[in-house]
Design a protein around this ligand. Structure first.
Ligand SMILES: [Fe+2]
Length: 202
């Protein structure tokens, strides 16, 4: 009997095809990459069901290779599910409970946005605004790949994809303009829904 649990890719919200400053062609190609992360995650999990535990080795082994790349595939799924879910809105300044958290922990909306934008420019893959349950505050964190460098016990509330696949079609190397467009498409109702669903204290 198999204990392999297959994941299915979430469908793409129609509003993602009508973003401001991020083209349909770009989003459709990006969504196909996300589907690829789901497929590879399922492939790796299936392979792990039959892996040889006796040959586990830190230099090279099937177990090591599969588990390292599983973290990349899972990261690719989780990062993109946040990214796609909270786009499709009208952007602008944060509202509601997320705004209250931002103002408390960063001092102002502008300070938060300036730091996240710069974090995105300094990253090779991702910039996140997370709620850290240990520090009990928001942090802007940096990631260079799908599986670097999330911290434990923190919940992503904003996920800014700065891999070149996210913007090269629309902006070539002008990542800053893409980041500005990203902010103009955030759906604050979605983010505030996560703050409520996770019961983050405001
Ligand atoms: Fe991406």
């Amino acid at each position: 009997m198999s204990n392999v649990h297959e994941l299915a890719a979430r469908s793409l919200k129609p509003s993602l095809l009508e973003l401001t400053g991020i083209s349909r062609v770009s989003v459709e190609a990006h969504y196909r990459l996300y589907q690829g992360y789901v497929a590879k995650r399922n492939e790796i999990v299936a392979r792990l069901a039959d892996v040889d535990h006796g040959s586990a080795n830190q230099v090279y082994s099937d177990l090591r290779a599969l588990k390292v790349d599983l973290s990349f595939a899972i990261g690719g799924i989780k990062n993109h599910e946040v990214y796609f879910e909270h786009l499709g809105g009208s952007g602008g300044d944060p509202t509601g409970s997320f705004r209250a958290l931002v103002e408390r922990d960063f001092g102002s909306v502008d300070a938060w946005r300036t730091d996240l934008r710069a974090t995105g420019l300094a990253a090779r893959g991702w910039a996140w605004t997370v709620y850290d349950w240990d520090e009990r505050r928001l942090l802007n964190l940096i990631g260079d790949a799908q599986n670097t460098f999330p911290v434990w016990n923190a919940t992503p509330l904003v996920a800014l994809d700065v891999y070149e696949h996210a913007y090269f079609i629309d902006y070539q190397t002008d990542r800053g303009s893409y980041i500005d467009a990203f902010f103009e498409n955030l759906d604050w109702d979605v983010v505030n829904g996560w703050v409520a669903a996770y019961a983050i204290p405001v």
